[in-house]
Design a protein around this ligand. Structure first.
Ligand code: AHG
Ligand code: MN
Ligand code: MN
Length: 347
């Protein structure tokens, strides 16, 4: 009988080796390699904290709120601190921005500065922390504008097409880092005993077609007409205009929902609804939608606001929100078509 547990083979490609090979190929420089290594190390620390759960005293509310009026969990605050501390002293950044901080965070004067800007959602899916369901970290990397070594908020306001790197870590049954530097989307699994991320899927591909959608159906009555029509047609199944049955999943951790879609296809949607219309949507462009859009496009999928390619949205604020449709290419195109058809009918 074969062994149940197979140790990581010595031929396995670690994240460190992958990055060194990308640097040798001229696709990243030493600073970006360091940045990714530092983020990955911080995510390992967050993974350990998440994994301890109640034993680590990290569950529950922090008793504070962020600029978006959301109550912070202890793990939101802790994860933010871990990422800030890890990235302060390496000399690779001109500034940081986070869901949990009102404005961008300068690099302390005692440390050297670099050319990159790092944005992150330190703990995505906070509502799932206390119920032991997968959460994650999302990050996006931009270049500082020429001549800027001490970045201010306005320096971060670049379209998603300008991202040089994007990724997330999912803290699920296994901890995985999914990464793109603009040459495909690759998945690394944390070998907990060794303490390193190991390349487990090179070039993730999202199937063009799908029979699975992800949306919070409890918002249905608040949606706009094109979304109402789109989901009604999905639900009508084989007898409806789409001619096939669809399955539904909603984890309420964007990282976990997007990870499923990168693995087996699907469409993820957080549309505009009457509750969030005044804010422009629920999810944040710069550290949720844009990095996920880059990862999804690099895996052959598509990402849109319903009316515009996500990566081409010109940001106007660090915490700007957008409607989100992403995943299997043909399905995202179908959702976008419903929006265009609706708009074309308006006087
Ligand atoms: P965060 O925990 O970083 O605030 O993000 C939560 C987001 C996202 O992860 C998820 O897809 C969505 O909020 C869930 O929203 P609902 O609770 O409205 O379903
Ligand atoms: Mn989030
Ligand atoms: Mn968050």
């Amino acid at each position: 009988m074969s062994a149940v547990l197979t140790p990581t083979p010595s031929s396995a490609i670690s994240l460190t080796r992958y990055l060194i090979e990308e640097q040798r190929a001229g696709r990243i420089n030493a600073d970006l390699r360091l940045l990714i290594e530092v983020v990955a190390r911080a995510c390992k620390s967050i993974s350990i904290a998440v994994g301890k759960g109640a034993l680590g005293g990290v569950l529950g509310d922090a008793g504070t709120g962020n600029i978006q009026g959301e109550a912070q969990k202890k793990l939101d605050v802790l994860s933010n601190e871990i990422l800030l501390e890890a990235n302060a002293w390496g000399g690779h950044l001109a500034g940081l921005a986070s869901e949990e901080m009102d404005t961008s965070h300068p690099i302390p004067d005692v440390y050297p500065r670099g050319n990159y800007l790092l944005l992150f959602d330190p703990l995505d899916g906070s509502s799932n922390i206390d119920v032991n369901i997968s959460v994650g970290t999302i990050f996006s990397v931009l270049r500082a504008p020429d001549g800027v070594s001490r970045a201010e908020d306005k320096d971060f306001l670049q379209a998603g097409t300008e991202q040089v790197c994007a990724g997330y870590t999912t803290y699920g049954p296994s901890t995985m880092l999914v990464l793109t530097i603009g040459h495909g989307t690759h998945a690394f699994t944390l070998d907990r005993e060794v303490g390193s991320f190991v390349l487990t899927t090179r070039d993730m591909r999202i199937p063009d077609d799908t029979k699975e959608f992800a949306v919070n159906m409890s918002n249905q009555r608040h949606w706009q007409p094109p979304m109402q029509r789109y989901v009604a047609d999905l639900l009508a199944g084989q007898e409806g205009p789409r001619g096939k049955d669809f399955n539904m999943r909603w984890v309420a951790s964007m990282v976990a929902d997007v990870h499923r879609i990168l693995t087996r296809g699907g469409i993820f949607s957080y549309p505009l609804d009457a509750k969030c219309a005044d804010k422009g949507g629920k999810l944040r462009l710069m550290y949720e939608a844009n990095p996920m859009a880059m990862l999804v496009e690099q895996a052959g999928g598509a990402a849109s606001t319903g009316r515009q390619r996500m990566l081409e949205v010109q940001p106007t604020g660090l915490h700007q929100r957008v409607p989100v449709f992403l995943g299997s290419k043909h399905e995202v195109e179908t959702a976008v078509r419903y929006h265009h058809e609706f708009d074309a009918e308006q006087p």
